[in-house]
Design a protein around this ligand. Sequence first.
Ligand code: TYD
Length: 252
Amino acid sequence: MTTRRKKIYEGKAKILYEGPEPGTLIQYFKDDATAFNAQKKAVLEGKGVINNRISEFVMLKLGAVGIPTHFIKRMNLREQLIKEVEIIPLEVICRNIVAGGLATRLGLEEGTPLPRSIIEFCLKDDKLNDPMVTEEHITAFNWASTQEIDDIMAMTLRINDFLCGMFSAVGITLVDFKIEYGRVYDGEFARVILADEISPDSCRLWDSTTNEKLDKDRFRRDMGEIIESYTEVARRLGIMKEMPTVIRGGLH
Ligand code: TYD
């Protein structure tokens, strides 16, 4: 069904196709799940459909409070129309509570609230296992300018504040998340906008009362009920009321 379109890029969880107009792309959400730099792989039926909807919802909400994003519109169950950007090769991680890599790296207990939100940068390079880098590396190697780093940090903190409130209103704690940014050009002038996706694949989301995990850690840690948890996140956000039939129907 997506055969005639030109594939621009295939990643671990998404495919980018040429868009209908110059400066646009189609982002297709696959059911593939990977963890630990793709050493662990599975197909989670329906994941792409849920993440497409959750990411649409989040991008629209962020757009409404003035965060520029690449999202244009959702096209169907698995695809959205987006603005083509020049991707900045960084994974921007924002943390509110200790978990995952930070717990391991610094020997901290998972679940400890951080004194303030922390932003980390990792270089997007699977061959190198996405190493953490500092602003010094980023500017020295021209991955982004000082001004772009400032814009990215300010936007990331605004996104974090907004998402913390949005999730806490539905009984979910935003522990941490990863986002990516890209550049769009107005002639010579480049602007940084939010790209990629925001979904339970890229966030740690805990039930506020029980601390039950509702995100990709269920896959990383073999906890099961992954799709059920992602669906629960969507349900609490008030989206995808039709989801159970969609999953059972196995639409692709
Ligand atoms: P982190 O604890 O650094 O890594 P790990 O996934 O190895 O525990 O992850 C922080 C948050 O960022 C977490 O919500 C997962 C997300 N993330 C991604 O979505 N992709 C990535 O490549 C990385 C490193 C993190």
